[in-house]
Design a protein around this ligand. Structure first.
Ligand SMILES: [Zn+2]
Length: 459
């Protein structure tokens, strides 16, 4: 039933409610984290879905599992006052496998607090973060009796295996998922410790090039100079795809790449880093070309072609005078707005067909880029809400260098999508000793509440 007569939200009272429930909120998160939900291994996923579905019901969300081709996709809803925006909060209740177990100081599914951090698989990625959103909803209801805006919480159980059914679910459940904006709290805050409002991600296209000449390896003396070498075939082809200045020389590759807007340039300037310190952190003597493009700009607005691996022939000790019969190159492209997976795949396939028609190309998984314009009407209220809850202005990030399936919101659902990460930069997600700083967990609850209040105040 819609809450039609909400009391105005008094955020200090909501924050006081959170402060008064610190221990019980932490205990409840620990209880959730005790449930393994390893999607890659199918361990505990269904049970954990049932558990968190019950939590969603108990805090006051009408919850159901949407039909999907995989593990349950949970949708919990609660209407706010008429005219207020509807926000969809996305998260995932599955976790990465905990291996190697011996590297954990305390067992991955026995949550333990040490030095102000809660250690457990899923503490940061992503149970701790979406549980903070759920507690934000609970706290608002406890204090005000109603939500300031309409809320839909969507939790899936397959994010850690690449969200294979998410796009299909969003397409088929457009009406159920209809919202004005989407917020995802996942991943870490900025390396500096500052919170961030993330407005985009790069896309990705993976592919494999395979050259095969003879049907078996050959003697390099008896056949060298006569039989073509598949490794050289790939090396020659690859050299036509990217030049020494770092420019991708696939025909038409940059046709759809958009230059940053003045607002995006201004946001990037805020993200400037100490280049020398960044290089030192990974032992780099130099950055790749084109070095005239600033660091943050290259991660946000510049596509890349990465050679992930080049395999073939002999790599063992000493020498082997062999002429290999097969070679493989694995590559990925990071796409920027407004490139698309199909367009880039088509251009690469045409390039390979023209330059090395005997080379086979296989495209693996692809993910579209996503970008929410920085002049979206939600940017200012969300930034202000984060600042209110955390006492510091968040960084505005036009795009992450990495890839997340945000396109399902911006391109399939057609709404703005934002990332508001709550976890510490050293959360060790996907690694042993995953953790969340407990203060960041509480700040996440307050931030969630402040964001819903700010959206409600937009009317
Ligand atoms: Zn993850």
């Amino acid at each position: 039933m819609p809450d039609t007569a909400p009391r105005p939200i008094d955020l200090p009272t909501v924050f006081a409610h959170v402060d008064a429930h610190r221990q019980v909120f932490l205990d409840r998160l620990a209880d959730y984290l005790r449930h393994p939900s390893i999607s890659a291994e199918g361990v505990g996923v269904g049970e954990t879905a049932a558990y968190v579905g019950d939590v969603m019901e108990q805090i006051g969300l009408a919850t159901r599992a949407l039909p999907s081709g995989g593990w349950p996709v949970l949708l919990g809803e609660r209407a706010g006052p008429p005219g207020a925006p509807t926000v969809l909060l996305y998260g995932h209740y599955d976790v990465q496998p905990p291996d190697p177990l011996e590297a954990w100081v305390s067992p991955p599914f026995a949550p333990t607090v040490r030095d102000g951090r809660l250690y457990a698989r899923g503490a940061g990625d992503n149970k701790g973060q979406h549980f903070a959103q759920l507690l934000a909803i609970e706290s608002l209801l406890a204090v005000a009796g109603a939500l300031p805006c309409s809320v839909k919480v969507l939790l899936e159980g397959e994010e850690e295996i690449g969200s294979p059914h998410l796009a299909e679910t969003v397409r088929e459940q457009r009406d159920a998922l209809a919202a004005d904006l989407v917020i995802t709290s996942d991943g870490p805050v900025h390396e500096s410790g500052r919170s961030q409002l993330v407005c985009g991600v790069r896309g990705v296209v993976s592919f494999e090039l395979r050259a095969r000449h003879a049907e078996r390896d050959l003697h390099s003396g008896n056949w060298g100079g006569v039989a073509p070498n598949p490794l050289w075939t790939l090396v020659h082809l690859l050299s036509t795809m990217k030049d020494e200045r770092g420019l991708i020389s696939v025909d038409g590759f940059y046709d759809n790449v958009l230059a940053p807007t003045p607002a995006e340039d201004a946001a990037l300037a805020e993200l400037s880093v100490d280049d020398a310190a960044v290089r030192r952190s990974v032992g780099l003597a130099r950055f790749d070309e084109p070095t005239e493009r600033p660091y943050a700009d290259r991660l946000a607005f510049w596509p890349t072609l990465t050679l992930n691996g080049l395999h073939g022939g002999y790599g063992g000790p000493g020498s082997k005078t062999v002429l290999p019969h097969e070679a493989v190159a694995k590559c990925d492209v990071r796409l920027v707005e407004a490139q698309s997976v199909a367009e880039v795949q088509g251009k690469i396939a045409a390039h390979v067909a023209r330059h090395a028609p005997e080379v086979e190309i296989d495209f693996g998984s692809g993910m579209e880029p996503s970008k929410t314009p920085l002049d979206s009407p939600y940017v200012a209220p969300l930034r202000a809400a984060i600042a209110t809850a955390q006492g510091a202005e968040p960084l505005l990030v036009p795009s992450l260098g990495g890839s997340l399936p945000d396109y399902v919101w911006t391109k399939l659902l057609g709404v703005p999508a934002f990332g508001v990460p709550y976890a510490n930069p050293d959360e060790a997600n996907h690694a042993p000793n995953e953790n969340i700083e407990v203060e960041r967990f509480y700040a996440g609850i307050k931030t969630g509440a402040a964001m819903l209040a700010a959206l409600g105040a937009m009317g």
